[in-house]
Design a protein around this ligand. Structure first.
Ligand code: COA
Length: 331
């Protein structure tokens, strides 16, 4: 059976840097509160006119170049994002348009922070069965334009950033490389613990002028509740992948968790029994970029030489849904 390898990985973040001090101008918050509770110092936000497919396109160009492949080599696009450039169609079609590869199938995955790992699992099945040999998997997000930038929305607004990461996945005959295992989970009992409720198709019409006056058009989260679940699910799903693959945590060179909060990452490292030197973190620069987080981390870790061929990398995510997932990859 073929193995799925990361032939190229790239990322792109918008140039505009929003520091914690910038946020202090718009809402009642402090740099100290944000850093102490989350580890975030700054994040990137798009400027007017930038799109999720546009961010994805920039990341894809880098990933293709590193894989030494051209857009025409892509046989399938998987686009993980909570958003698109418009309400519909999904961002994958806009990205395909930019890549100028009409006819190539494109699928959108809307699984919030777990989107990239759900996408990796899908890509891996297509490659294993031999249906496709080269798949573009992208995570791209713009959260900044949908946040409540008043004190009312401060618990969410300080956390999120924009960005994109892209992976060119190819089929390999090398049985000692590539995706070893992927584990996926969801629990819909917790949909309302972290969600964007309005505009909603349960309303006729789905959007009204009155709605715009309420806070229900902004994302909402029960922070402590999410935190508690996250610190349990991350180590659990990493252990699940390790057990299935017959690996121990000592054989893992780098753990790359979704970046929701540095305190969550630290708790996960502690529960796994690994030092923070073995856990990748870039939340201080980007905040939480939802489905883009893991590929941005992978791209930066690769650039920094922290992921080299032969290294075993454990990926894990947790987010809205709740959805959570993990993967063990031999680079
Ligand atoms: N600046 C200053 N004060 C803030 C604030 C901000 N940005 N956001 C919330 N506060 C206030 C609250 O209003 C509250 O005030 P009160 O005590 O007067 O009521 C106080 O800080 C504590 O709020 P709380 O929500 O209990 O803080 P916390 O320690 O749980 O930290 C989070 C909040 C959001 C950082 C934390 O819960 C978290 O990270 N949760 C999980 C996030 C996550 O994983 N999300 C996405 C998953 S993909």
């Amino acid at each position: 059976m073929k193995r799925t390898i990361f032939a190229g990985i790239g990322h792109y973040v918008p140039e505009k840097v929003i520091t914690n001090s910038d946020l202090e101008k718009w809402m009642d918050t402090t740099d100290e509160w944000i850093q102490e509770r989350t580890g975030i110092k700054e994040r990137r936000w798009v400027k007017e006119g930038q799109t999720v497919s546009g961010l994805a396109f920039e990341a894809t160009k880098i990933a293709l170049q590193r894989a030494q492949l051209a857009p025409q080599d892509i046989e399938f696009i998987i686009f993980a994002s909570m958003e698109s450039d418009v309400v519909f169609p999904g961002g994958g079609c806009f990205l395909q348009q930019k890549l100028e590869i009409p006819g190539v199938p494109s699928m959108d995955i809307r699984n919030q922070c777990s989107g990239f790992l759900y996408g990796l699992a899908v890509a891996d099945q297509f490659i294993k069965t031999g249906m496709y040999k080269t798949i573009l998997l992208v995570g791209s997000e713009i959260q900044s334009t949908g946040l409540d930038l008043t004190t009312r929305g401060r618990d969410m607004a300080v956390l999120f950033g924009d960005g994109a990461g892209a992976a060119v996945l190819t089929a390999s005959n090398d049985a000692d490389r590539g995706v070893i295992v992927t584990k996926l989970h969801a629990d819909g009992r917790f949909t309302d613990k972290l969600w964007g409720e309005w505009p909603s198709i349960t309303h006729h019409p789905r959007i009204t002028a009155e709605m715009l006056e309420t806070d229900r058009i902004y994302p909402k989260m029960e922070g402590r509740y999410v935190f508690k679940h996250a610190v349990t699910r991350f180590p659990e799903v990493i252990h699940e992948a390790l057990n299935e693959a017959g690996y121990s945590i000592d054989q893992v060179d780098l753990v790359v968790p979704h970046q929701a909060n540095l305190r969550i990452t630290e708790a996960v490292a502690q529960r796994l029994g690994v030092g923070m030197d073995k856990v990748y973190s870039n939340i201080h620069k980007y905040g939480n970029t939802t489905a883009a987080t893991i590929p941005i981390c992978l791209s930066e870790a690769w650039e920094e030489g922290r992921i080299k061929q032969g290294n075993v990398v454990a990926l894990a995510s947790f987010g809205s849904g709740f959805t959570w997932a993990s993967s063990l990859v031999k680079w």
